[in-house]
Write a protein that binds this ligand. Structure first.
Ligand SMILES: [Fe+2]
Length: 536
């Protein structure tokens, strides 16, 4: 992975665009609160107190938050992510308005039980490096929900809430995807932060790569303000632009996130190392590497920086013995879409689609996935992933979207085989991508149901389905319900005996202050494959 040895502040334009909203959200800093520090000597710290359960503080008399920084470096907010039973990743990324940041900036993180941080439960120091976009991914040990914040250069970050993935009998997950900045505001995130879930599961399309106005002729509520993004600096600026939204920042700070990417974090419908447009093949590896680097820099993920343009993001989160959450990557290793990646083509598919060697996950990840199914021990087995897995075939073998699992039938068969051979309860698959809310049945070729799919609608990206076509889609036998005209997210409440999915919808995505309500609630009994609709 080639990186510019010089630092990359966000552009002045982006910085000032972040503006006043940030000033409202950010805590003002004072550096009088004492805290203990780990040596600022290199990699992001995994330092934690000897006894994370302790609420006592053992502060030294001074704290080094590094050289004074003229501007508040914390305007992109804070986030936490990838919790395990005893720890969580704390994320921030420093940016500078004017003077470049030093190559290495010490950043102190603190955990506390109270908003004032008068009593520090744990603290450590990470080094924000220019080569990593001055991002911080610090692993903090904890045994209960706590507040966290960062301090650096005389400034204090906003406060976030984090927690471990400890034993519980109820887990609340908000699933989200697809948040095109130009086509709507983030009222869904405001509603999500108010709900206060245990985990946000983001299924991709966190940013869109398009140039300002390129895809949005009418009804734009705000602009990307730059051409299509290609370079590392471009991608960094795009993330900074999106994180300028206060509702997004508040949801990012509300609880830990588990994030995977889809295509628009790089480019629409890319497959592996193959770009959407064949004529751009030569430059695409560098573009993808830049995009992956920027994604890593902005996400609260428990992984090292990309190496040689590759980043392993498939992983497993065990939430006590209640849920085994398997996150998969259907972009980085997939075979190219078959039959010219046609959409809404009702003719029989070309021969290529049946090729057994075509893969959605790549061979290694397929093997890994089968291992996770065998190793899963949670009451619920959950798969977080990108594109629709339920069949959307209207009969006659036609494939309406070759980018989805329908376009990779052999790979889907192998995935279902892995699920079935584990001989566990049916799985729950959580999906994003198609900008509609839906419930699907996952059915193997022999007619056996292997699980349920909950498709979360987009946070703000436009509907792909023209108004009125819901009735058409409902004719597909494996689609149980669909709502395509509203933006939103899904609240999943997971208990031992049942899973409840509450589909939240935004009344008017063109208004930041829009009300948010429920379209429908579905209850899936443990062991069942067909959820039952209940009142919203
Ligand atoms: Fe999308």
């Amino acid at each position: 992975m080639q990186q510019n040895p010089h630092m990359h502040p966000v552009s002045r334009r982006t910085f000032f665009a972040l503006g006043a909203a940030v000033a409202l959200a950010a805590c003002s800093g004072d550096d009088t609160t004492p805290a203990s520090t780990a040596p600022a000597d290199g990699e992001p710290s995994t330092t934690s107190p000897g006894d994370p359960a302790s609420t006592s503080t053992s502060p030294p008399t001074t704290i080094d938050t590094g050289p004074e920084l003229a501007d508040d470096p914390f305007i992109l907010g804070v986030s936490s992510g990838d919790p395990d039973a005893t720890s969580v990743v704390l994320w921030t990324r420093l940016v500078a308005a004017s003077d470049p940041l030093p190559d290495e900036v010490p950043v102190v993180w603190e955990l506390s039980e109270d908003e004032s941080f008068a009593s520090i439960v744990a603290t450590g120091t990470a080094i924000a490096k220019a080569a990593h976009g001055h991002s911080v991914h610090a692993v903090a040990e904890l045994d209960r929900p706590l507040l966290y914040r960062f301090r650096s250069g005389g400034h204090t970050s906003p406060t976030g809430r984090c927690r471990p993935a400890g034993p519980t009998d109820e887990l609340r997950i908000a699933s989200a995807s697809c948040q095109h900045f130009e086509t709507g505001f983030y009222a869904a995130y405001r509603d999500m932060a108010e709900w206060g879930p245990d985990l946000v599961l983001h299924l991709g399309d966190f940013i869109y790569e398009y140039g300002g106005g390129a895809e949005v002729a009418e009804g734009r509520v705000r602009t990307h303000g730059s051409p299509e993004i290609v370079t590392l600096d471009d991608y960094r600026d795009r993330y900074a632009l999106y994180l300028g939204d206060a509702d997004l920042r508040s949801a990012r700070a509300a609880c830990p996130w588990a994030v995977i990417w889809d295509d628009h974090e790089v480019e629409n419908n890319y497959a592996g190392i193959i770009p959407e447009k064949p004529e751009e093949a030569a430059d695409f590896p560098a573009r993808r590497a830049a995009a992956y680097q920027a994604w890593w820099e902005h996400m609260p993920v428990r992984m090292d920086a990309p190496v040689d343009g590759a980043l392993t993001i498939h992983r497993r989160i065990d939430w006590g013995d209640l849920a085994t959450i398997v996150l998969i990557d259907g972009r980085q290793y997939r075979s190219d879409q078959a039959c010219g990646d046609a959409v809404l083509d009702f003719s029989p598919p070309c021969d290529e689609v049946a090729d057994e060697s075509r893969s959605m996950l790549g061979d290694d990840q397929e093997d890994w996935f089968a291992e996770q199914m065998r190793a899963a021990s949670g009451t619920w087995t959950v798969i977080g992933q990108q594109t629709v897995m339920s069949s959307l075939s209207p009969g006659g073998g036609a494939i309406l979207n070759y980018d989805q699992w329908d376009g990779y039938p052999a790979a889907r068969r192998r995935l279902f085989d892995a699920v079935r051979s584990a001989e566990r309860d049916p799985v729950v698959v959580i999906t994003g991508d198609i900008h509609l809310a839906g419930v699907g049945r996952l059915v193997d070729d022999d007619g056996t149901a292997v699980g349920t799919e909950f498709v979360t609608t987009s946070i703000s990206s436009r509907a792909n389905v023209p108004e009125g076509s819901e009735s058409l889609l409902a004719l597909f036998p494996d689609v149980l319900a669909i709502e395509a005209q509203h933006r939103g997210y899904t609240r999943h409440t997971i208990r031992r005996d049942a899973w409840e999915a509450d589909f939240r919808i935004v009344d008017d995505v063109l208004r930041a202050d829009s009300t948010v309500g429920s379209w429908q609630r579905f209850v899936l009994e443990r062991g069942a494959t067909e959820p039952v609709a209940s009142e919203p």
